[in-house]
Design a protein around this ligand. Structure first.
Ligand code: NZQ
Ligand code: ZN
Length: 393
């Protein structure tokens, strides 16, 4: 067990009609003039944006709007948001959407409190010292940004997808009404489920394996999500199942499953190069990489993979053949991804065979030109990264 500091300051307002509390929450956290930030058309179509606008108007909270955040949110939109907020004297940011909108909001919040170019904070040129307050109304359980320290932005120049992490990036509040996820298409539902499972697995596969309580919490999240995934795919308006999955998405990334664990995060870093280069959905990219990562690193600690196989994937434990049990667990995870419509290879992900020069380029970027390694469970260098991409192709 490593020494840990568990800090989860986001106020969560969860359940039916939770949107009715938005204006009160904005006031509670000191918002006087708001940026209302959102994505494409989903929140407009569902009527959620109108509910939010109505709430703010009735409470007398002035606001300006900026929509059009795309999945894998772009630096250009962040810059547009910073300029708009400066011009309008905005002091509070409200994201209505998923991880992309929330992250775009967080980046604007960082940029408003930083004198230089906001991208500096994503490439390690400067450390954020402050951020404007952000609240969110979550519409897709997936990235966990509503309670996480993360903020991931893509710079169109060079297709570089990079994150800025830290407690300054925590939302003040997160409003979560599972009914708002009823409109999610099956593909987005499945991408979200994959992402939250991966947030749990990235911590589960740590160097430390003496955190029984943390492991049990992680396995409960994985089992719950795995069991309910087919239910919501078949019946998108099943409130009870949508609610469990929504809450699982937050618990998977608010560090609860990381207490005492140092984590791995290789699959995420390998995936960020894929979504940076090909613009694919993050969850789908993770599913395309994880099985190959798992097979590659499995010999590092076979018993950890056996535990996953038996406790989560329901594989019978063959005590005479731990490697076999571990590999059957990975295959079972692969089958699960397929069963919910996720790709398990890069070919399935991008719809064509990946070129070798693209693999080399992704590994180059992921390793910062060969100067850095990734992974905690097993450390991976540029050569390892290329091998995993090739296994996944
Ligand atoms: O743009 P709209 O029209 O709203 O459509 C969105 C979008 O196309 C749609 N959608 C969202 N809620 C909906 C809905 N459609 C119908 N009904 C609803 N209720 O879903 C699509 C995907 O939305 P997006 O916000 O992109 O999904 P997600 O939450 O998965 O966010 C992905 C982004 O988060 C980053 C990813 O890399 C990616 O850029 N991540 C952020 C993390 C963090 N901040 O901690 C951690 C993650 O590992 C991840 O890297
Ligand atoms: Zn993720």
């Amino acid at each position: 067990m490593i020494v840990f500091n568990y800090y989860t300051p986001t106020e969560v307002v969860f359940g039916k009609n939770s949107e009715q509390q938005i204006a009160a929450l904005v006031k509670k956290y000191g918002g006087k003039k708001l940026l209302l930030h959102y994505g494409g058309k989903s929140a407009e179509r569902s009527g959620l944006l109108d509910v939010v606008r109505q709430q703010l108007k009735e409470a007398g909270i002035p606001f300006v709007e900026l929509g059009g955040v795309v999945p894998n949110p772009l630096l250009s939109k962040v810059r547009e948001g910073i300029a708009l907020c400066q011009q309008e004297g905005v002091d509070f940011l409200l994201a209505v959407g998923g991880g992309s909108v929330i992250d775009s909001c967080k980046a604007i919040a960082y940029g408003l409190a930083y004198e230089g170019d906001v991208w500096d904070l994503f490439v390690g040129k400067a450390e954020p010292q402050a951020a404007y307050p952000v609240g969110c109304v979550l519409t897709i359980p997936a990235a966990g940004s509503e309670m996480s320290t993360g903020c991931v932005i893509t710079n169109e120049e060079g297709a570089l997808k990079r994150s800025c992490d830290g407690n300054l990036g925590r939302c003040r509040f997160a409003v979560m009404n599972p009914e708002r996820t009823f409109t999610l298409p099956p593909f987005q539902t499945a991408c979200g489920i994959t992402d939250m499972m991966m947030h749990t697995l990235e911590r589960y596969f740590s160097k430390e394996d003496d955190m029984t309580l943390t492991d049990n919490v992680a396995e409960a999240i994985l089992r719950t999500v795995k069991e309910l995934a087919p239910v919501v795919l078949q019946n998108p308006t099943d409130y009870r199942s949508r609610a469990q999955i929504m809450w699982a998405g937050s618990l998977a990334h608010n560090d609860l499953t990381g207490c005492g664990m140092s984590g791995d995060w290789s699959t995420h870093q390998l995936e960020h190069e894929l979504s940076g280069m090909f613009g694919v959905a993050h969850g789908a990219g993770l599913a395309a990489v994880w099985p190959s990562w798992a097979r590659y690193v499995c010999p590092t600690n076979v018993s950890r993979f056996v535990r996953l196989a038996v406790n989560v994937m329901g594989v019978a434990n063959d005590f005479t053949d731990p490697e076999g049990t571990a590999l059957r667990g990975i295959a079972a995870m692969e089958q699960f991804f397929h069963s919910i419509g996720m790709p398990v290879t890069i070919h399935e992900l991008i719809g064509r065979e990946i070129k070798d020069e693209e693999i080399v380029e992704m590994a180059r970027k992921c390793s910062n030109n060969g100067s850095s390694c990734i992974g905690g469970f097993k450390t991976l260098n540029q050569d390892d990264m290329e091998k995993i991409y090739r296994m996944a192709k």
